[in-house]
Design a protein around this ligand. Structure first.
Ligand code: ACO
Length: 378
């Protein structure tokens, strides 16, 4: 087959201008709304980071208080949504989230209203509801009843309360909050692109976010941290790392948590999350075993990937330490990609708002490589 005339997978193609975030893959820098990631992760709340994306600036004290109170009041999900979550009890959590997200169309404002005000209102509702959906599904899948959200708790603390049934250690809530800020937005990644394509047809935010969940789910995008944890469990101890990795690479399989389309150096989000994972291991779990194993597996994998694909610069990505952070919060690997969605939903909504503002259809072309001139009639 002839060489394609456009880069494979749109690699390097600029699909939109954005003020939301920028990924510098050579320098290993992620800018969110003007701030480098390390400047905001662990220093502003998830709601404040959402405000930064939605409104273009971090909130004032009064705006911070108003936004936290407003979003806390939007956490409960309607009965119809709960009924879908119950019906999806046996489904993977990310599929349940996608189905439950779609039910938001039933009670949100008129979907043809694409004004900034209507989009902002929807962004707050969707972002506030996502953790409630994931927590409810986690409990229902385990044969337990869902726990109603508590408006007096922060966004992350309330999620852990709804999953575990008790108020979390504040350090655990802070770890989750930092995780959600870390993954809130990331340039023109596949799920964000999917959301923008849908929004560009003047379709509504619920449709765009529902489509984005579908794009996030795959292991080449957001579905990797579950398999990362599986890998660490299978490897079991530092002494097994090299042999296991060698076998995987020889079989042509990819190591989850390594490699990135844009980053050619260590993903800055891995930097933030490895610190969070280490803090959780030391201060909350009082058990460094898994963290120390992960460090060894990371070093071994980096060395072996360099030998396997010299010059490809396959480095640690966000998903590697995500697995450890989420595991330290007592969450099951099958929920990990939904946890990612709970953070990224704020970014998707911001991109939908931006795309509706640009009001320009995204419609690339394909290169036809099939036959021509076939005939039905002889
Ligand atoms: N392990 C082993 N080999 C790898 C890995 C890996 N993790 N990543 C890439 N390679 C190899 C590929 O097999 C390919 O080899 P080839 O040229 O002989 O075919 C080469 O390196 C280049 O890979 P591409 O797929 O062209 O790179 P691309 O930029 O398209 O892929 C991706 C990026 C999908 C993230 C890839 O590195 C991967 O599959 N990683 C593992 C899954 C993962 O960690 N996903 C999470 C990504 S982060 C996120 O989206 C939030």
């Amino acid at each position: 087959m002839a060489e394609p005339s456009a880069p494979r997978g749109l690699d390097g193609v600029v699909a939109a201008q954005t003020r939301l975030s920028h990924v510098d893959g050579q320098a290993g820098v992620l800018i969110i709304g003007g701030y480098e990631l390390a400047e905001i992760a662990g220093h502003v709340t998830f709601e404040d980071a959402a405000h930064l994306l939605w409104m273009g600036a971090l909130p004032s004290r009064a705006e911070h208080d108003a936004l936290h109170a407003e979003m806390a009041g939007l956490r409960a999900v309607p009965e119809t949504t709960l009924a879908v979550i119950r019906a999806a009890a046996g489904a993977p959590p990310i599929d349940a989230l996608r189905m439950a997200c779609a039910t938001s169309s039933l009670d949100l404002e008129e979907s043809s209203d694409l004004s900034l005000e209507a989009d902002l209102a929807r962004a707050k509702v969707l972002t506030a509801r996502f953790p409630t959906i994931v927590a409810a599904h986690t409990r229902i899948a385990a044969g337990k009843e869902p726990i109603a959200p508590r408006p007096d708790l922060g966004h992350a603390a309330n999620f852990l309360y709804m999953v575990h049934g008790s108020e979390p250690d504040p350090r655990a809530a802070r770890a989750l909050d930092t995780y959600w800020v870390t993954v809130i937005d990331h340039g023109m990644n596949a799920s964000t692109f999917a959301a923008r394509v849908i929004a560009s047809t003047r379709s509504d935010m619920v449709s765009a976010v529902t489509g984005a969940i579908g794009a996030l789910k795959g292991p080449l995008h957001g579905g990797a941290p579950g398999p990362v944890l599986d890998m660490l469990v299978v490897i079991g101890s530092a002494g097994n790392a090299e042999a296991w990795i060698k076998k995987e690479l020889a079989a042509g399989r990819r190591l989850m948590g390594f490699g990135h389309r844009v980053y050619k150096v260590r993903d800055p989000r891995a930097e933030v999350l490895s610190r969070v994972a280490e803090e959780m291991s030391n201060a909350v779990l009082h058990d460094r075993k898994l963290f120390d194993l992960a460090r060894t597996v990371e070093q071994t994998a980096l060395r072996m990937l360099e030998e396997h694909k010299p010059g490809r610069n396959l480095k640690t990505n966000v998903e590697f330490y995500t697995a450890l952070v989420l595991q330290s919060l007592g969450l099951q690997p099958r929920t990990f990609v939904s946890m990612f969605a709970c953070g990224r939903v704020a970014g998707w909504c911001a991109h939908v708002i931006e795309q509706h503002g640009a009001d320009h259809l995204i419609r690339p072309q394909s290169e036809y490589v099939g036959p021509r001139g076939l005939r039905v009639r002889t």
